[in-house]
Design a protein around this ligand. Structure first.
Ligand code: BGC
Length: 743
């Protein structure tokens, strides 16, 4: 037998053994669940379906087996105390699961998820979540409400900060990495925290970008755009889901049987459990979908939401719903079975307590290093005229701006436990790298929303004395995140005016933006010689930024979301449809250039804005480097592919600059003719590569022909035979392409 056959046979045998171990374990968990379930009273079952807020005031309910989970307790002593009551004083000794929003780090804060997505680095993202899990689990937390994998095409929506951006594929890959990072290798390890794919589904499509707003998502778009990341999370082994706040075409997600019964359970065979969002069953009354709490509980349970967060519609109503024959006990049994199964998988029955000695695994040097690398790889260089950056260490810097020394604000949204005393701000970072004598600091504005000019004078004086101005602005963390949508997404306060004043000094100006969303910085960028988009970069943001500014690190982030020029262009995403009258730069005339009394049809009738055009400020996937990469020789291993084939696309990439750097090589596909119209481009594969100056490599990206599937008119998921165009390049405007067919 040759070596290849031998290794294939061995891996089959190994997989069979692993499967049988897994099945045995599953069997024994299944048996334990059934045994326990058979001993439970209805009240105890209802208890497993209730998650309450805070670790105090619930002792009696826990003792009576009326609570299944607690969110928002981070005190290990109290967590152990509550767990002891559950284990030793309740009749059946069922442990609690302790939950917390650990979204982008715990004490050590990583860049906001949108920033991490700009790294296009699944390994790094996984590592960040692993570290967050290690820190959080050392306080007794064993469940996080992340990853948030809502496709977000609207920068007005404050929760775009928590997302991985606009692309289903990038979000799927990074969401899966987050699940793996949080959950680790084994659910029953004490450092594993179970992940929660949220918010199922369509929350990011909130009309007008206003949080909690209604959504109108055509069923096909739901299938092809909004649901794929959730399916990827199931494939990655995620153990819980969260129901979204929004309604979809009139049906609140929390009462949506299609989402949770049909898709999640029947089609995807998910066997973990679903938690509501905060009070979301109860909020169905506000939606006007149910009349009262009793009906709210009924609809949410019937839809497949196993556990209610915060409110008590389940606790107060399930018993009477059963007694009145409106709810079948079998549905309750199934809901509880799912919760118990996960508790057994987590090993909570055998190992319920958090170690109180050697506690608090926080902010270890290697965690801070990882957070710095994540921040470095997430920063996107948007502009660098005349190689303004990097700056030589001899330069005298005037550091100005309302985010230049804000230890708390740069951490971003959802940092309940983040420790801002660990923060390295841009001021500290630049002082460390350039030396204290090289950095003159004047904030110019106290906060990003400051509306007066009192700080201008000092800032301008400093600028005059400097060789270069580094302006660190953006938006404070409270301006993005849940319920923090904005209708105007410019730099707030008087930042634009200050930048213009500073530019009058004639000094080169580097604009650094720390924000939770894309901001409309097109016009103000004209005053900047270089622009770095740093998102809310977390604990180590200032250190990462200083390394980039000094050229100790070469920027490599790429935008995970399209940057519009004007808020009125939203929604704007690269994977749009072509329309019957696609826009065309050759025929587009800017509004102010249109001749007076021009005849109605003289400008051409195309899909654009006469003021803002049709192009974004920066396209999806965009980002510069201090070096340059040239793509050539695109080729495919075949011209015609069959279903189940793997397409291997090769490309040469050369670093033609004078510095080593990372490039994110992106592969896009267009299905040229479809049974329904297809997007102009869809990301199907990507790879982060490192190349030394002058180095050239040929790399091969692969995709499965089945990844070309979409939902057709008959709502079937199909790969249609026909012609496809395939591009490879450094952003979604890639032009180097080739064609293939699927038979
Ligand atoms: C948010 C969720 C979060 C939950 C618990 C809700 O308001 O929508 O994303 O996990 O609160 O804090």
């Amino acid at each position: 037998m040759n070596k290849l056959i031998l290794s294939v046979v061995l891996s089959i045998v190994l997989m069979a053994c692993q499967n049988s171990t897994h099945n045995k374990q599953a069997d024994s968990i299944g048996q334990k669940v059934e045994k326990l379930l058979s001993q439970m009273t209805l009240e105890e079952k209802i208890g497993q379906m209730w998650q309450v807020n805070g670790g105090y005031g619930h002792d009696d309910n826990i003792r009576q087996g009326k609570i299944g989970s607690i969110l928002n307790d981070v005190d290990p002593q109290n967590i152990n105390r509550l767990q002891k009551i559950a284990l030793e004083e309740s009749r059946l000794g069922i442990p609690l699961i302790i939950a917390r929003d650990v979204i982008h780090g715990f004490k050590t804060v990583f860049p906001i998820p949108l920033g991490q997505a700009a790294s296009w680095n699944p390994e790094l993202v996984e590592q960040g979540c692993r570290i967050a899990a290690q820190e959080a689990s050392s306080t007794g937390i064993r469940w996080t409400f992340a990853p948030m994998i809502d496709i977000s095409r609207d920068a007005r929506w404050g929760r775009i900060a928590e997302s991985c951006g606009e692309d289903p594929y990038l979000t799927s890959v990074l969401g899966a990495a987050m699940v793996k990072g949080f959950q680790g290798d084994s659910l029953n390890s004490e450092t594993s925290i179970i992940a929660c794919a949220k918010h199922m589904a369509g929350y990011g499509a909130a009309e007008g970008g206003r949080d909690y707003n209604t959504t109108l998502i055509p069923p096909r778009e739901l299938r092809d755009v909004y649901l794929p990341p959730f399916k990827a999370a199931v494939d990655a082994g995620v153990r819980t889901f969260m129901a979204a706040f929004n309604d979809i075409d009139g049906v609140p997600a929390t009462g949506n049987e299609f989402l949770f019964r049909q898709v999640l359970r029947n089609e995807w065979h998910f066997d973990g459990f679903v938690v509501s969002d905060w009070a979301s069953p109860w909020e169905m009354i506000n939606h006007g979908f149910v009349a009262d709490e009793k009906e709210a509980a009924l609809r949410a349970i019937k839809a497949g939401v196993n556990m209610e967060m915060a409110t008590s519609t389940y606790n107060d109503n399930i018993k009477v719903l059963i007694e009145e024959g409106l709810l079948d006990i079998k549905i309750i049994d199934q809901a509880v079975r799912d919760v118990l199964r996960v508790k057994f998988e987590m090993g909570l029955f055998d190992n319920p307590y958090v170690a109180e000695e050697n506690q608090y695994q926080f902010a270890k040097p290697k965690y801070l290093e990882a957070a710095k690398l994540a921040a470095t790889q997430s920063m996107v260089l948007l502009k660098n005229d005349k190689n303004t950056l990097p700056l030589s260490l001899s330069k005298k810097i005037a550091l100005i701006g309302p985010m230049a020394n804000q230890a708390y604000e740069q951490l971003g949204t959802w940092i309940f436990d983040g420790d801002s005393t660990l923060t390295v701000t841009p001021l500290k970072g630049l002082q460390d790298v350039f030396g204290k004598d090289k950095v003159m600091f004047a904030e110019g504005m106290a906060i990003s929303r400051t509306r007066h000019q009192k700080g201008y004078r000092k800032a301008i004086e400093q600028a005059k004395k400097s060789d270069v101005i580094v302006f660190v602005g953006g938006e404070e963390s409270i301006l993005s995140g849940e319920a923090h949508s904005r209708a105007n997404i410019d730099l707030p306060g008087v930042q634009n005016d200050l930048i213009k004043e500073l530019k009058k000094t004639g000094k080169p100006l580097v604009l650094v933006v720390m924000a939770g969303r894309p901001l409309t910085i097109g016009a103000i960028s004209e005053y900047a010689d270089a622009v770095i988009y740093a998102w809310h970069p977390g604990t180590m943001g200032g250190a990462a930024l200083a390394d980039i500014i000094a050229g100790n690190a070469n920027p490599s982030g790429k935008l995970p979301v399209t940057f519009p020029k004007e808020v009125g262009q939203i929604p704007m995403h690269y994977n749009h449809k072509n329309t019957g009258r696609p826009a065309n730069l050759d025929t587009w005339t800017q509004m102010y250039d249109i001749p007076v009394k021009a005849p109605q049809t003289s400008l051409g009738n195309e899909s654009h804005y006469i003021d803002a055009g049709f192009e974004p400020l920066y396209p999806f996937g965009y980002g510069l480097s201090y070096t340059s990469f040239v793509y050539s020789d695109i080729s495919l291993d075949k011209e015609i592919y069959a279903k189940d084939d793997i397409i291997a696309a090769s490309i040469k990439v050369k670093n033609t600059g004078e510095m080593a750097g990372d490039e994110i090589v992106q592969l896009y596909v267009r299905d040229l003719v479809g049974n329904v119209s297809r997007p102009v481009k869809e990301l199907k594969a990507f790879k982060r590569i490192s190349l030394n100056e002058g180095e050239e490599t040929t790399l091969t990206l692969t995709l499965d022909v089945n990844d070309l599937a979409f939902t057709n008119v008959a709502m079937e998921r199909v790969v249609e035979p026909g012609q496809f165009e395939l591009w490879i390049g450094g952003d979604s405007n890639a032009t180097l392409s080739t064609f293939f067919s699927v038979k």
